[in-house]
Design a protein. Structure first.
Length: 305
């Protein structure tokens, strides 16, 4: 399968995501309240006497999910640039042990409130993303397959949702974190952590199934540091995590892009916030990957901006 990348980097892919609001399609080939920021912030796990650092608890979040089996999922991908905010929402289920998930994504409506594109179905698996109802000339009964280890962002944002287990794997790269406090979430008491994680460090510590995608992301993102807020329940299960990615557009030249504006922000900076919510643990996640005959084998071009 050949994808017309045309040398696109993560910046171009993210611009394509924001372009959804103006009639473009989400494309495969497109693309703090606590002052404590050290690993000494402590967290006491319920049911045990040992006190563990916030960093240690977050490093283990992905392993806890794998032992938890499966859950239902809600996702939100938001981009903000030039005063325009675009939101892509998804819902589905995920089997953490098998590393298989299914999401149904709803793309933004136009200025008149009309849906510009039918919902997209995504199947998530180790190293690959399958999309159906992709549009742009792809038959409705065909799937598009993308190797997530071969795109610059590792599919952290390209597909409009972050793979739920990859979102947890990103926390293996946490360097600084603090326990903000306890809050209510979905009727349960959860612990709210805030800090920063490093994509490259997460890639080196990731499980085998997530390593390839995170290695690609570590190479592709302009900034490897990602801010996050994470909420864990009393069993150590990740209930919600929000990552804030920043990509700098250098369309006007690298020097201009790196020069801050009056507010101290770099020009051309594009903010992408990916939120993953996990709930109803134990709910079945039935995912059947497409047969080879159901996969589109033609070219998928990038929307021209």
């Amino acid at each position: 399968m050949v994808f017309q990348q045309r040398g696109l980097g993560v910046r171009r892919r993210l611009r394509a995501v924001t372009g959804v609001v103006s009639g473009g399609l989400l494309a495969v080939s497109l693309a703090t309240v606590s002052g404590c920021t050290t690993e000494t912030a402590a967290d006491e796990r319920p049911g045990g006497s040992a006190r563990q650092s916030a960093v240690t608890v977050l490093h283990r979040a992905a392993d806890v999910l794998v032992r938890s089996g499966s859950s239902r999922v809600r996702t939100t991908m938001e981009t903000a640039t030039g005063g325009t905010r675009v939101s892509i929402r998804g819902a589905g289920a995920y089997d953490f042990g098998k590393r298989l998930g299914r999401l149904r994504l709803l793309l933004p409506r136009d200025a008149m409130g009309t849906a510009e594109h039918a919902p997209i179905t995504e199947l998530l698996t180790s190293g690959a993303l399958f999309m159906r109802n992709r549009g742009a000339g792809i038959p409705r009964d065909k799937w598009v397959r993308v190797d997530t280890t071969d795109i610059p962002d590792g599919n952290l944002v390209t597909g409009g949702a972050t793979d739920p287990l990859t979102a947890a794997e990103l926390l293996r790269g946490v360097r600084d974190a603090s326990l903000v406090g306890e809050e209510g979430l979905g009727g349960d008491l959860v612990r709210h952590y805030r800090g920063t994680t490093d994509i490259g460090r997460a890639a080196r510590a990731a499980s085998e199934g997530a390593r390839g995608s995170l290695v690609a992301a570590a190479r592709g993102f302009d900034e490897s540091t990602v801010r996050f807020d994470a909420y864990l329940d009393g069993l150590g299960r990740l209930r919600e995590v929000r990552h804030r990615f920043t990509v700098t557009s250098r369309a006007d030249g690298q020097e201009a892009a790196e020069r801050p504006d009056a507010a101290g922000r770099r020009r051309g900076a594009l903010g992408v916030a990916s939120t993953t919510e996990l709930y109803d643990f134990g709910a079945p996640a039935e995912v059947e990957l497409p047969k080879p005959t159901d996969i589109y084998t033609g070219k998928v071009g990038s929307p021209q901006k």
